[in-house]
Design a protein around this ligand. Structure first.
Ligand code: UDP
Length: 369
């Protein structure tokens, strides 16, 4: 056989797997059905701005090994994610911290903020059973109603009572003045864009773009000893057990002839009525400057709309509720019985992975090879 590994998908999981195997002297072929590498972290340069085509990606991790690993392929800038929430024209700092509590209740000390939250939390007794209860038991009803409920229901297309509690645990709550969204030791954006970083990972690999593995599976399978599949696990099995649910995202992009639209990379629209979930202004991921440090005259914004995935759309987020969890377990059994195929990544493992977790998972999987 010509290759040791056929890697289906040139996103982070596939690129890391390819890199590790090439470093061990293995021969790999990486294919992707899109016309570009880097999967959903793909960036392209428009008007001098690295445009995050499939939505905002902000690298953050507590894992030193992963941080050192990505730094082999890119220099990271000092970007810190501090999104702003817009609730019917009122602006609040995210994540929930003293600035948020000051704006919400006029409180000025942690003690005052804490007293209000503690009072409002009392509504929930016992272990939170769903996202709504989890949210209220973290920050109380006021914050839940203004900053969580609308946004979450738009993003997931489901009532907060029907969503798993763990989703909201991503959001930190703190009684200090700190707008840094992520509780992470390391954070930043690769200078020059993610595409360049993934290109560096894939250096030396044979890459074929615009080809659909599942349409020509037998031929591709015959080319390599093993297959690494990073597409959707249910698609691999022809949806034979039924469809797993995903959320998809649609972007309305606009190039504007002004230097500054919203003064921040991300503004979340947390009310229910505004149809988009957030607006990303891409230039602020790199401080509004080009690589020479010049101010960029124009700006690009993306309004982000969340939708239920249907065949033909790009899947973005697995819906990790009970029903889908059960169906995934069945697919996983099929996957385990599949000889010489490794399923990996957000779609291959049907898991709401962050970028660093995907990289960690790929590195770990490689150790087992
Ligand atoms: N969330 C929220 N209000 C916000 C931002 C986030 O309620 O303003 C909740 C929401 O339930 C969402 C989860 O936190 O699904 C994770 O959001 P995040 O923006 O971190 O997810 P991403 O889309 O960036 O992966």
């Amino acid at each position: 056989m010509k290759y040791d590994y056929l890697i289906v998908g040139a996103g982070l999981y596939g690129a890391v797997f390819a890199r590790q195997m090439m470093d061990r002297g293995k021969k790999v072929l990486v294919i992707d059905k899109r016309e570009h590498i880097a999967g959903n972290v793909y960036t392209e340069k428009i008007e001098g701005i690295n445009f995050h085509k499939y939505g905002a990606h902000i690298f953050h991790t507590n894992n030193t090994e992963v941080w050192n690993y990505v730094n082999r392929f890119a220099v990271f800038n000092r970007f810190t994610n501090s999104p702003v929430a817009n609730y019917k024209g009122e602006l609040y700092s995210l994540p929930f911290n003293m600035y948020t509590f000051n704006k919400m209740w006029g409180v000025t000390t942690p003690e005052q903020a804490s007293a209000i939250i503690e009072e409002q939390k009392k509504e929930i007794t016992g272990e939170p059973k769903n996202l709504e209860e989890q949210a209220i038991s973290l920050v109380g009803r006021d914050i839940y109603e203004k900053l969580i409920k609308g946004y979450t229901e738009k993003q997931w297309g489901r009532d907060c009572k029907d969503l798993p509690a763990f989703i909201i645990k991503r959001l930190p709550v703190r009684l200090v003045f700190d707008n840094n969204y992520f509780n992470a030791l390391y954070q930043g954006i690769p200078v020059g864009g993610y595409t360049k970083m993934v290109e560096n990972m894939l250096k030396g690999a044979e890459v074929k773009l615009g080809v659909d593995y599942l349409e020509d599976k037998e031929r591709y399978d015959s080319m390599a000893e093993k297959v690494v599949f990073t597409g959707a696990i249910d698609a691999y099995f022809g949806y034979s057990l039924g469809y797993l649910e995903y959320r998809s995202v649609r972007f309305e992009n606009e190039i504007m002839d002004i230097p500054n639209f919203q003064g921040n990379a991300a503004v979340n629209y947390t009310d229910r009525e505004t149809p988009w979930t957030r607006i990303i202004e891409h230039k602020w991921f790199e401080f509004g400057k080009d690589e020479q440090g010049n101010d960029l005259p124009k700006t690009i914004i993306s309004r982000e709309y969340s939708s239920e995935w249907k065949p033909g759309d790009e899947p973005y987020y697995p819906v990790n509720d009970e029903k889908n969890g059960k169906l995934y377990e069945k697919y996983k059994k099929l996957a385990q019985a599949e000889k010489n195929v490794i399923f990996g990544g957000r779609l291959g493992e049907y898991k709401y992975y962050d970028m660093d977790q995907v990289i960690a998972a790929a590195l770990e999987r490689c150790l087992k090879e």
